[in-house]
Structure formats: C-alpha cells, structure tokens
Design a protein around this ligand. Structure first.
Ligand code: FAD
Length: 402
C-alpha cells in the first residue's frame, strides 16, 4: 500500500506486475495515455455545474429550481451522512455567464449560490469540495466517458476511468463497485495460469459488465438531456413538470411510479383527465382520448405503419391484411396506420407490397377499413386511409364515404 502517492501514466515500472488496474477516475491519465487502445469516446456536455456540500439535511432527494434574471438555475440536493448533504448546482452556460459566475472567484460564486438558494438552506452555508481551485475552475462540464475496449495487455480500466454516468441519476459509485466485484470474480475463475487466460478473464469482465453499464449510461444520457433542454418543460403545469422530471431517465415508468407513490400518481392522472368528470377512476394518460382538429381518437395508442410484404403480385391486399389490420383495430388502438400503398405497380418497393392504383385495390381496402370502423373504437374518419385514398386521383372517384 502506497498512500498519498501520485503516479504518472508511464507504466513501465509496473511491467512485471500480473495486472494493473487503472481506477484513476474520470480524468484517468492511464486511459488518456492509451486512448487508441481503449477506443475512448468522451463527450463534454453543455451545462455548467459546481459540486458543493451543506450541513442542511434534506429528508429526501430534492431538485430545487430557481428563476434568476439570467435564467433558471437548479440544485440536486441529497443527504449523504449524518451531518451533510450533497448540493450540486447546475445551469445552462448562458445563465452561468449571465450571472457572472464565470468571472467570480470560488468564494464569491458560493456566496451567490447561497443567496439564490437561501430559502432552501435555512441559514446553512454551502461548502466547497475543491477549495484550492482558483477563479471559476470549480464550475465544470460533465464528461461522458465511454470506452469500446476496457483492457489491453495486463492493463484494465475500472469505474469512472472506463465509463461515467451523469450525476443526476447517481449510479457512478455503484457501477465502479460492481466493476470491482466482477473483476475479482473473473480473475478467480479456474484455470487462470498464464497470459492467455488473463486475456480471457479480462474479455469476460468487459462482456459481462459492458451491457449493464450501457443501460445505465443510456438512462443517464436521457436524464442529462432533460436538464439540458429544461426550457421545453418550464411552462408545464406543476404536476406535469414533476411527472416529467420523475420519468426523465425512462428507467422509471408510469406504472413504476405507481409502485413508488400511488397517491401522487393518481393525482397526476386526475390532472391529466380534467374535463372528463364522468370517470370515477383516473386512468393512465395513454388511455385518455386525444382530439386532433375534428377527429377524436379514443386513446393515444397508435399502431405504426409496418411493411408486411404480404400483397399479391397484382398489388392487391390479401386476407393477411384483412386479418392483420382488422385484429389490430379490434385490439382497441386509437389509430391504426396501414403500410404505405404504392400509387403504381412500378412504385412498389417489392412485388409483395400493396398498391392503390386499381379499382380492385380500392374495394379491398374499403372492406378492411369498413370492418375496422364497424367493430372498433377507431374514429369515424381514419386519416391514414383517407390520405392514402385521396392521394390517388383515379381511386378517389371510387372511395365513396370511406
Ligand atoms: C457532482 C457529482 C455527484 C455525484 N454523485 C453521485 C452519487 O450521489 N452517487 C453515486 O453513486 N455516484 C455519484 N457520482 C459519481 C461518482 O462520484 C463516481 O462514479 C465514482 O466516484 C467513481 O469511482 P472511481 O473509483 O472510479 O473514481 P474516483 O472516485 O474518481 O476515484 C479515483 C481516484 O484516483 C485518484 N487518482 C487519480 N489520478 C491519480 C494519480 N495519478 N495518482 C494517484 N491517484 C490518482 C483520485 O485522487 C481518486 O481518489 C457523482 C459524480 C459527480 C461528478
């Protein structure tokens, strides 16, 4: 054990070691020195953030949004031990510059944040975790690190050196620890007695960890982007804003929110269902009607256009189409969109694609359409069908009231 010792990226003095584990964090020197071998992809994200702490104890995870003359600024605050909470302040770069934070010394910008968030701090101070930094250096941009390869020879990356996940979903430490556990496991597998076996073990480590990490990084990217495009959500009513915030990473679904806090979710559903007072029970938003100009859809479920390659050589829809679209309509979707219908035989992508360039085609689609409307909740006019039929001058003469 060597404590308080800084190493550089020259690994030659460890050349005869069995394994070098580079767990040197997001700014890993070892990763940087071997970027090509690890196939590193680093993205510097847009927003500015400053990682602070406070003795104000928050009961639960809190997102604190404040409007200033230069734009919105917000804090991610959560308690991490008996006496302290993390307090990360984040804003768009324009707001950061507008507030003059780019020109302030750290102590000044901390004082500015104390003023902005005073009503949440109850008189407690904000504390720097990097007091040695001069000027605005404590304000940084999040760096998303992704490596295609996690090892070469006897060098292996672990934790933030290999991958980062935005602090707004708070999983970085978990990922780093799980990496360490997996690395210990693969190295413990039987038969590890030479370099080839080490390479196999390190390959296993990457395969078994990478998919898990990518899942979290995917959610983290959604969450990062939510905060980067906050303007889109600021005009939402409060229940919708809170709902959007809670589901931003797409890891927490509507039904998952119900498990966490069913009363709050029902409040959101009631809010969404305004104007439909005859329903005694709130329903999921996707099952509420949706009005688009003069058409009202029974719900917000749409069966998208899918190529089925099931038409006859003559371009005519077959029984397959009747059953396929008919059953989707009976399934209760608010809108069923057909696959594209070609306007000429030559216009088909394949000979198995349906067309709408012959009276026989029109009759067939009319029958499918009428069946769908007679036996389902599809609105009286199906825009997709109408659009397709109206686009064919010859056909429109024959469409009647479809
Ligand atoms: C603002 C913010 C908030 C976060 N909040 C959370 C959270 O709530 N929950 C969570 O799970 N994760 C959170 N994370 C992520 C978490 O901090 C990291 O994912 C985690 O610390 C990664 O662990 P690590 O061991 O890989 O790297 P690090 O914790 O960065 O450790 C790397 C170590 O290597 C040392 N080192 C680097 N270079 C050298 C050198 N040349 N010589 C000697 N030593 C060196 C460093 O000093 C450091 O101690 C947050 C991240 C940020 C930026």
């Amino acid at each position: 054990m060597h404590f308080e010792t800084e190493f550089d990226a020259d690994l030659s003095r460890f050349a005869d070691f069995d394994l070098i584990v580079a767990a040197d964090g997001v700014n890993s020197q070892i990763r940087s020195a071997h970027e090509e071998k690890f196939a590193v992809d680093v993205q510097t994200r847009r927003n500015k953030f400053c990682w602070l702490g406070t003795t104000r104890l928050f009961d639960a995870f809190a997102f604190l949004f404040e409007k200033t003359e230069a734009g919105w600024i917000w804090a991610h605050a959560y308690r991490f031990d008996e006496t302290h909470s993390t307090f990360i302040v984040e804003c768009a770069p324009e707001t950061w510059e507008g507030l003059g934070l780019d020109r302030m010394e750290q102590a000044e910008s901390i004082a500015a944040c104390e003023r902005i968030f005073a009503r949440y701090l109850d008189g407690h101070r904000l504390i720097s975790n990097a007091a040695h930094l001069r000027g605005s250096a404590a304000w940084i941009n999040f760096r998303r690190v992704l490596c295609e390869r996690w090892s070469f020879d006897n060098v292996v990356l672990l934790g933030d050196a290999a991958h980062t996940a935005h602090f707004s979903i708070g999983s970085g430490t978990k990922l780093a620890l799980e990496d360490a556990i997996k690395l210990a496991q693969v190295l413990d597998r039987p038969g590890l007695d030479d370099r080839t076996r080490l390479a196999d073990a390190l390959a296993d480590y990457q395969v078994e960890r990478q998919a898990e990490v990518l899942k979290i990084q995917n959610s983290a990217r959604n969450s990062t982007e939510w905060f980067e495009t906050l303007d889109r959500y600021l005009d939402f009513d409060l229940p919708q804003f809170a709902y959007s915030l809670m589901t931003r990473s797409q890891r927490v679904s509507h039904e998952n929110l119900r498990l966490r806090d069913s009363a709050r979710l029902e409040g959101v559903e009631r809010w969404f269902w305004q104007g439909n007072a005859n329903r005694d029970r709130p329903v999921q938003p996707m099952f509420t009607p949706f009005a688009l100009r003069n058409v009202t859809f029974a719900n917000r479920i749409v069966v998208p256009p899918m190529l089925t390659y099931s038409a006859g050589e003559d371009g005519c829809a077959t029984d397959f189409h009747a059953v396929h679209y008919g059953s989707r309509a009976l399934g209760g979707a608010g809108l069923v969109m057909t696959e594209m219908l070609a306007v000429s035989a030559e216009g088909r992508s394949t000979p198995a694609c349906p067309g709408l360039y012959d009276d026989a085609h029109v009759q067939r689609w009319r029958a499918i359409n009428e069946f769908a409307h007679r036996h389902s909740a599809l609105p009286a006019a199906s825009p997709m069908m109408d659009a397709a039929l109206a686009a064919v001058p010859g056909a429109s003469r024959n469409t009647g009231d479809v």
